[in-house]
Ligand binder design. Structure first.
Ligand SMILES: Cc1ncc(COP(=O)(O)O)c(C=O)c1O
Length: 429
């Protein structure tokens, strides 16, 4: 059954930003937003083809690296350009509390939190650094992470280990079951364990870790709980309150399809005074400070982690990107991209290819990693790029030596078939 329900509701941030909302047929190359949707069938090709038209992304190659960088829709690119033009004419930063709050409200709808719990960052890595260096950890305190983390969620902690003597402990994610991962974390826990730092969706295999269940464990043991959400926000609906983490960092420029150099950091209200703001300046405080008394008051919200002048146009663009995704519906996007991930994984297995991503529907995502016995990672990646024009990402994390395919809302089942055709050819190399 194809279900496509256009909802006639308030325009949300679109209206506030003055973004035009027009019908699907008029979208080509114009800076518009898609209609607000209720339920969309993941196989409704007419709908998803219309969505593809909202992106200037070239068709000269097949883009399969949203895990690295997401492509932005016209509406977002245009919002950035318009804001730059407007601000350059008057040479102003354009910072306004209302604008900041409105965009954070939209971010809160993507993450499942309050606007006061959101800080703008430049990328996930900056969010990880804020949390890693802000947590009240002492020498010999232990932090648990996995071997499938991105370098951004690895060297941050290793540097703190080297400089301050915290102790990192790692587990290799189980591909067998969610419980297997909880067991592996539990096995590493000692009396000195103070924090968990794991990905929601791992960069290595796109595995969805059981973050809520891990949150229950963290709560029961009174552990700090940080999640690297670089690969989840924008790919799926999120409820960070429900997950129960203290902090969650993501990038605006991956699955949220926002401008490059934008990120979001969620810090739970109750954790704001505990996760110390180490980098501060204008915008971090409430205005009153005094050298004589030493008095200084940080903003009572997550705004305290922001400091100095930033690019307002980029965050206006991020607001437009998030609004774009929310109108289509994160649930609809997740069902579509998850279905493409499943089709790719099944197709690769039918070809006899080793799929490194988990098989269970609750554990795989829209990123699928695989490898071939007969072709090494870099030869395979070059072959796919040169002969089949596929932009993929090589995976060296965890020593996997695989190729990762990311499938977002501008990809299609035809793209999945193109990957399968190319891999079939690579098998004969
Ligand atoms: C899980 C994970 N964390 C962090 C990052 C770093 O993202 P950024 O460069 O936006 O900081 C990535 C990038 O691929 C990632 O996959």
């Amino acid at each position: 059954m194809k279900r496509r329900h256009f909802l006639k509701t308030a325009p949300g941030l679109a209206g506030l930003l003055g973004l035009p909302v027009i019908a699907p047929a008029e979208t080509k190359r114009s800076p518009t937003l898609p209609p607000i949707m209720n339920d969309v069938d993941p196989h409704d090709e007419a709908f998803w083809t219309m969505i593809r038209e909202h992106f200037p992304l070239t068709r000269d190659r097949i883009y399969l690296n949203t895990g690295g960088l997401g492509a932005s829709p016209y509406v977002s690119i245009n919002a950035v350009k318009t804001k730059i033009d407007e601000l350059e004419e008057i040479s102003e930063t354009g910072h306004s509390e209302k604008l900041w709050h409105d965009i954070k409200t939209t971010a809160g709808r993507c993450l499942g939190c309050d606007p006061e719990e959101v800080a703008y960052t430049r990328n996930t890595t900056e969010g990880i650094n804020i949390v890693c260096n802000g947590l009240p950890l002492q020498r010999n305190d232990e932090v648990i992470t996995s071997t499938h983390e991105h370098v951004g969620n690895t060297i941050t902690w290793l540097v703190r280990q080297k400089q301050e003597g915290i102790v990192m402990k790692v587990f290799e994610p189980s591909m067998e079951s969610a419980q297997g991962n909880i067991d592996r974390i539990e096995k590493l826990i000692t009396k000195r364990t103070k924090a968990l730092s794991i990905s929601h969706v791992t960069t290595a295999t796109g595995q969805v870790l059981p973050v809520k269940e891990i949150g229950e464990l963290a709560k029961a043991l009174n552990l700090w709980y940080f999640i690297d959400g670089a690969q989840s926000a924008g790919m799926m609906p999120l409820e960070v309150h429900d997950i129960g983490c203290h902090a969650y960092a993501t990038s605006g420029h991956k699955w949220l399809v926002g401008p490059k150099g934008t990120g979001l950091l969620y810090i739970q209200k109750e954790a704001l005074d505990e996760i110390k703001a180490k980098f501060v300046g204008a915008y971090s405080n409430t205005g009153d400070y005094d050298f004589v008394t030493g008095e200084v008051h940080l903003n009572p919200t997550a705004q305290r982690y922001e400091y100095g002048t930033v690019s307002v146009p980029l965050f206006v663009g991020l607001g437009a990107s998030m609004e774009f995704l929310l109108r289509i519906g994160l649930k609809n996007i997740w069902r579509r991209v998850h279905a493409m991930g499943a089709a790719l994984s099944d197709g690769l297995k039918d070809l006899g290819v080793e799929v490194l991503s988990p098989a269970h529907p609750d554990e795989h995502s829209a990123m699928i990693t695989f490898r071939l016995k007969n072709v090494d990672r870099s030869t395979l990646q070059s072959f796919l790029a040169e002969k089949f024009k596929l932009r993929t990402r090589g995976i060296y994390e965890g020593g996997l030596e695989g190729i990762r395919i990311s499938l977002h809302l501008y990809n299609s089942f035809d793209d999945v078939n193109s990957v399968l055709e190319a891999v079939q050819a690579a098998k004969k190399l």
